[in-house]
Design a protein around this ligand. Structure first.
Ligand SMILES: C[S@@+](CC[C@H](N)C(=O)[O-])C[C@H]1O[C@@H](n2cnc3c(N)ncnc32)[C@H](O)[C@@H]1O
Length: 185
C-alpha cells in the first residue's frame, strides 16, 4: 500500500530502530546449513545482513526505500528489493530460510510455505492481539495476530518451536507469537 511506504519512510527518517538481529533468528538460523534466504519486510536489514554475513544469499524485501538504504554497506550476497508485499510473489521452492519478523501480511501465508524448499526453515515472530495493560505494538488489529493463529496457519510445517507471550521482561513489553517450522515434503 502506498500509505505504508510514506509512513515507513517517515519512521526510518525520524526514529531509531533496533539494529541487532532478533534472538529467535540467532538461535534457529543454523537449522539450515545455508543457501538462499528471504527476509520479508526487511526494514533496515538487521536480519538480512546477519544472514548474508553468515553465508546466505539473501533477498531482502521491503516497501520502504529509506529503510533498505540504512543497510550500512553493499554486500555481495544481499539483494535489496523495494516492493509492496501486498502484491509481491514469493517464488515457489526457492528458499532454505524465510524470515518474517515484526510484520503481518496474511495473504503471504500459503506462499511462504510454497516458497520453502524441502527441509527449509521458517522463522516467524510478530505481535499478538493483546493490548491490555498499555502494551506497546501496532495499533491496527489487522497488524496483530489472534491467539493460536500463527500456529494454525503453519501446521503444514513440522513445528519446531512455538510460543506466545511477552517479548521481554520489561513493563508494557508487547506480546508476540513466535514460530519456527520445517518444511518436510
Ligand atoms: C516493524 S518493521 C520490521 C522490520 C524488520 N522485519 C525488523 O524486524 O527489523 C515493519 C516493516 O514492514 C515494512 N512494510 C510495511 N508494509 C509493507 C508492505 N505493504 N510491503 C512491504 N513492506 C512493508 C515497513 O517498511 C517496515 O520496514
Amino acid at each position: 500500500m502506498k500509505s505504508d511506504r510514506i509512513r515507513w519512510n517517515e519512521k526510518y527518517k525520524t526514529k531509531s530502530n533496533p539494529t541487532d538481529p532478533s534472538p529467535i533468528l540467532k538461535k534457529y538460523y543454523q537449522l539450515t546449513p545455508g543457501g538462499r534466504a528471504l527476509d520479508i519486510a526487511a526494514g533496515n536489514g538487521r536480519h538480512a545482513l546477519f544472514l548474508a554475513d553468515h553465508g546466505f544469499t539473501v533477498d531482502a524485501v521491503d516497501i520502504s526505500e529509506k529503510g533498505l538504504t540504512i543497510i550500512p554497506r553493499r554486500h555481495p550476497r544481499l539483494n535489496r528489493i523495494c516492493a509492496d508485499l501486498d502484491f509481491f510473489d514469493i517464488p515457489a521452492d526457492r528458499y532454505s530460510l524465510i524470515v518474517n519478523i515484526r510484520y503481518l501480511n496474511r495473504r503471504l501465508f500459503p506462499y511462504i510455505i510454497e516458497g520453502l524448499i524441502s527441509g527449509g526453515i521458517l522463522i516467524f515472530e510478530t505481535y499478538l492481539d493483546n493490548k491490555e495493560n498499555g502494551e506497546e505494538g501496532p495499533l491496527r488489529r489487522d497488524h496483530r495476530l489472534e491467539p493460536n493463529e500463527l500456529l494454525h496457519a503453519f501446521l503444514p510445517l513440522r513445528i519446531r518451536y512455538y510460543r506466545e507471550g511477552a517479548e521481554n521482561r520489561q513493563k508494557h513489553a508487547p506480546s508476540v507469537a513466535s514460530l519456527v517450522g520445517i518444511k518436510i515434503i
